[in-house]
Design a protein around this ligand. Structure first.
Ligand code: DAH
Length: 383
């Protein structure tokens, strides 16, 4: 703490008295005050003078304490306004009140108050200068060549990366990207796709049903077991020709292991037009797989069964000597066209469905499907 400057010099033949009055005398509650370095002296004449001189002393102590403590220009300016402010400054008020006092009081208090004002002004000025210098020094210490703090950026999840890549490839082949609801009805998920209730094919999809009361079977709600229901929804509201892909989340009620999750992702594909053929499908899917994996990827088409296609296919790619199944597909079944009131005599189409996790596992050599959902940073950071 800085020490106040020289004591206030008192001119004239005043009776000398140290000015520390008891708090009771000042009508205040007891509080600790630092003894002023320079004493304001006063006569014993007149209560006004006595109180004012005491106030001056106290004010001086406080003002210099605040000046010493100020660590910033703003705090210092606050102290200036508090004591010397034109309107409400404590010292200003004392000085202003003098004019209503008798000449004797004015002569006693006035000069001391003016000296104190000058002292506070000087103290402020010195401290302002000091803070300014400190500020300049501080900015001179700024090393603009120092490397900045690195901001850690997040990045996309491997499933999002592969989804984006797949969307990009199909967009390049003139497919549109659409999405559908994750909560579906029995009708869209099964019936309309030629999978009637009690059909053994329903066993292929172990389903999460939503609990509902008094609802007809076909309206019962479930978590979609595949993205194929969007084939129906899209055809109900659009006219061919078109070609779409439908990426999205699907759910299966099954045991989790390295290659099965209860929640995973698929991309559905559907192309419908007057003369869409299996040859078109072979070309598009081979092109897609080559762009996704590698120009030399070997692709195999093998007959299979899905209720909503005829014929049905499974597509494999060769990976390290082994054939690996990557998607199901086929020519859209006439009953599916019936369900959406397309005439199967005039329109043909192919459909396919692939698992996003499976694609990412192949592309990034991920051994276990559960890794996608564990949120282990050691895994995620690698993408
Ligand atoms: N929806 C089928 C599944 O989840 C996959 C599939 C197979 C989709 C054949 C198709 C298709 O569009 O034609 O197993």
């Amino acid at each position: 703490m800085a020490r106040p400057a020289a004591p206030i010099k008192v001119t004239g033949a005043f009776f000398i008295l140290a000015v520390i009055l008891s708090p009771a005398e000042r009508g205040e509650e007891s509080r600790e005050i630092l003894p002023p370095q320079g004493e304001v002296r006063m006569t014993n004449q007149g209560r006004f003078a006595k109180i004012h001189l005491m106030d001056l002393n106290d004010l001086k102590t406080r003002a210099f304490h605040e000046i010493a403590e100020a660590k910033e220009v703003k705090a210092l300016e606050g102290a200036r306004v508090k004591y010397l402010g034109r309107e409400r400054g404590e010292l200003t008020k004392i000085l202003r009140s003098l004019k209503d006092r008798p000449l004797a009081d004015r002569q006693k208090v006035g000069p001391l108050a003016n000296i104190l004002r000058k002292e506070i002004e000087d103290g402020l000025k010195a401290k302002f200068k000091k803070l300014e210098e400190k500020q300049i020094k501080r900015s001179a210490q700024l090393d603009v060549s120092m490397p900045g703090k690195k901001i850690k950026l997040g990045h996309l999840h491997p499933l999002t990366l592969i989804e984006n890549k797949i969307k990009e490839i199909f967009s390049g082949l003139n497919f549109s990207v659409v999405e559908g609801p994750e909560v579906e009805s029995d009708y869209y998920n099964f019936d309309a796709l030629n999978i009637p209730a009690n059909h053994p094919a329903r066993d292929m999809w172990d389903t999460f049903w939503l609990r509902q009361n008094g609802i007809k079977n076909s309206e019962r709600l479930l978590l979609r077991t595949h993205t194929s229901p969007m084939q129906i929804r899209y055809m109900e509201t659009h006219e061919p020709p078109f070609q779409i892909i439908v990426p999205g989340r699907v759910f299966r009620y099954e045991a989790i292991d390295a290659s099965h999750e209860i929640n995973f992702h698929q991309v559905e594909g559907l192309m419908v037009g007057e003369s869409v053929s299996l040859a078109n499908f072979k070309y598009i899917i081979t092109e897609f797989l080559k762009r996704l994996f590698d120009e030399n990827t070997q692709v195999r088409f093998r007959p299979s069964y899905f209720p909503f296609v005829e014929p049905g296919l499974e597509i494999d790619i060769k990976l390290g000597g082994d054939w690996l199944e990557v998607m199901g597909a086929g020519m859209v079944h006439p009953k599916v066209f019936d369900a959406v009131k397309y005439n199967p005599k005039f329109v043909k189409g192919f459909a396919f469905g692939l698992g996003l996790e499976r694609m990412a596992m192949i592309k990034y050599k991920i051994p276990d499907i559960r890794m996608f959902y564990e949120n282990d940073m050691r895994f995620l950071k690698q993408f």
